[in-house]
Design a protein. Structure first.
Length: 69
């Protein structure tokens, strides 16, 4: 029975873990979409420059890496 839900307590725990995991997946998805939109805004013609790279780095640190929402 290793790995299987065998009791009501296990079922509740598995359900809570799944809900928590799904919330994390949804959060990651939203952050990826927002970051992709920012990259497209900064580099609409795929031309890179140092100032835009720095702006992208700042956005990533503030809104993706350090954001705990």
């Amino acid at each position: 029975t290793d790995g299987f839900v065998t009791a009501a307590e296990d079922a509740t725990s598995a359900s809570n873990n799944f809900d928590s995991l799904m919330a994390s997946v949804i959060q990651i998805y939203h952050k990826c979409v927002a970051f992709d939109n920012e990259v497209n805004r900064l580099f609409p013609d795929n031309t890179e420059n140092s100032a835009k790279k720095e702006e992208m780095k700042d956005y990533f640190v503030k809104h993706v890496y350090n954001n705990r929402e």
